[in-house]
Design a protein around this ligand. Sequence first.
Ligand code: PEP
Ligand code: MN
Length: 263
Amino acid sequence: LVSRKMKPEDTVIDIKGEKFGDGNTHHIFGPCSVESYDQVAEVAKAVKQNGNKFLRGGAFKPRTSPYDFQGLGLEGLQILKKVADEYDLAVVSEIVNPADVEKALDYIDVIQIGARNMQNFELLKAAGEVDKPVLLKRGMSATISEFINAAEYIISRGNGNIILCERGIRTYEKATRNTLDISAVPILKQETHLPVMVDVTHSTGRRDLLLPAAKAALAIGADGVMAEVHPDPAVALSDAAQQMDIPTFHSFVDELETFSNRK
Ligand code: PEP
Ligand code: MN
């Protein structure tokens, strides 16, 4: 059902009036983890200031180590909702437990399914059964075909509002955290009718590569990029090495806009 052969025209997803997949770019910015009201509000203010609409933030964090910060859970979703209402932004947040999908509906505008859960079939089914857009990230060891099949799980349960997100895959290369598979973007655009975006933060894992990777994503046809922003990255409870501070974020958005207009 996600195949272009089944539906030649692009899927356009209306999220709080923003039409994802309409040919314009829509970006998602925000902290890796929700840490406090003030932290999220400071980032939301910057997102609003530079003309963006989507605020991300992890409340349920899938961490490699059980001893790392696991997220604020439901309290994190409540903070996101409060801030998003104040700044009129749409919220994107990861859900990891199928049982939390229903609970999350009141708080978020887009359900994120993370790389580690791309083949959590019960979670995919649960997300397929609700009326809420889903941002599905590519598993770090998933082929494009497996990625498309994961989206198929969601759409086959009735929910066709899916945004695909390339976030880098595991290779032998150690210079970046993952290897951004940039050619996945046009392949996914050709093979499916879904919007496709690129997460430049988790793919590169390097602050100095965020802007060039974002430019590459837009040049190759992505519908938008995701990147992490924190008021003080050095003290962030997760992903301290690659989040942008607010001044860097503003110049990132400026330069990306200039780049898009030049295209
Ligand atoms: C995230 O976006 O917060 C995240 C954990 O990313 P990924 O699932 O791609 O690792
Ligand atoms: Mn992160």
